[in-house]
Design a protein around this ligand. Structure first.
Ligand code: NI
Length: 138
């Protein structure tokens, strides 16, 4: 098992203001979904999509307690790409396999409202950074 076998679903970009970030994507030909509040991550999320292009997830903190708020504090308020999300067919199996390869599970699977309640989880590697897994049922 290797993350290079996985398909990238999106990159996650921390932004301070979701509407102004979405506007820039729209000006560049992306379609942006209506922002959705995710109470589990305490963020507002929208997806910027364009055919044959990598999908970008824009995440803005709903308040100070949001993990995305910490990312923006570290970046000095600048937008920051902070995770790559991979689509997997069996999230529990994939987590178990990655943990054997020294990936740390930082957020166990929870339903993601912005992704049709598909389950997502976050793992961290000191060498490779933060990744998200999204369970996509085929
Ligand atoms: Ni994501």
């Amino acid at each position: 098992m290797n993350i290079s076998d996985f398909k990238i679903h999106h990159i996650g970009v921390a932004v301070a203001d979701i509407e102004s970030a979405a506007e820039v994507y729209r000006e560049n030909g992306y379609l942006c979904t209506t922002p959705v509040f995710d109470p589990l991550q305490n963020v507002n999320i929208c997806f910027a999509e364009k055919p044959d292009e990598l999908r970008a997830e824009l995440l803005a903190p709903a308040d100070e307690r949001s993990p995305v708020s910490d990312i923006l504090k570290k970046s000095g308020g600048e937008p920051e790409v902070y995770h790559v999300c991979y689509a997997v067919s069996d999230i529990d199996q994939t987590i178990s396999d990655l943990r054997k390869e020294r990936w740390l599970l930082v957020k166990p699977p929870v339903p993601a409202v912005a992704c049709g309640n598909a389950r997502v989880a976050f793992l961290y590697s000191k060498e490779a950074g933060l990744i998200e897994l999204l369970e996509e049922k085929s």
